[in-house]
Design a protein around this ligand. Sequence first.
Ligand code: CP
Length: 310
Amino acid sequence: MKHLLATDGLDPALATAVLDTADELKHTLLGREVKKLPTLRGRTVITLFYENSTRTRVSFEIAGKWMSADVINVSASSSSVNKGESLRDTALTLAAAGADCVIVRHPASGAAQRLADWLAEPGTSVVNAGDGTHEHPTQALLDAATLRERLGSLKDRRIAIVGDVLHSRVARSNIHLLAALGAEVVLVAPPTLLPYGVESLPVTVSHDLDAELPAVDAVMMLRVQAERMHGGFFPSAREYSIAYGLSERRQKLLPDHAVVLHPGPMLRGMEIASAVADSPASAITEQVRNGVHVRMAVLYHLLASEGAAA
Ligand code: CP
């Protein structure tokens, strides 16, 4: 693997190999006081974030450090981007300085692919850590890792993705990965928060959360992305919460084995009730924990495995 830019088109065998590596790394490190493997000694990983992040940036940094890579964090607000330097010049500068891998988050859909094109010559790998409303592939991989742990195989499992699908790169990456791994995906959202062309995606669509919950194996609540709603938010926050929030009453409609996911950051009380987010059915903390192992596995497949750079 040379880059990880999207789950759309990602070979299911490669996705499964990354998930298996993450699982192996998790078990290797389990109970170890010193979580350090020598695998990426001498390699340089740079995170380049033009948007805010807690989980993704920190877990990539931990993942790189646990594999002994040198990890450098660049945020747009404290770099020469603030002086007007372009994305292309910034990327070429990082490659010239010695980056083996650049992990990029950017508000523009397609930014990670552009970076990969510009860095083809220096041969630097690129990971998409979220580009606009397009994709967030490592989030989908860590969600799949968490679902595999809780449910076993994802084949024929029914997963509901609920809420602001229109603006969600997490939803888009999950739709493609879950479908590739054999799951059935149902999108549950108001018509105003579904993307144009939704009928071409491998999903079914519903507007009735109560009707869907009894038949799902997992429910993935989405963050409402107010920062991308330039034309206002319809329905209102209150209407949204009543129709699409995962309340304690709604949780009772789920089968006993069903898993509750949220990529974070959560708007408690609006997208999901605190009692549900903190319940035994919730795998939200496990998602964060698995994010480290999945990102270690991604770095391994990009920089260290036999298939790296293929
Ligand atoms: N899920 C996710 O991408 O979280 P951050 O924005 O905190 O990285």
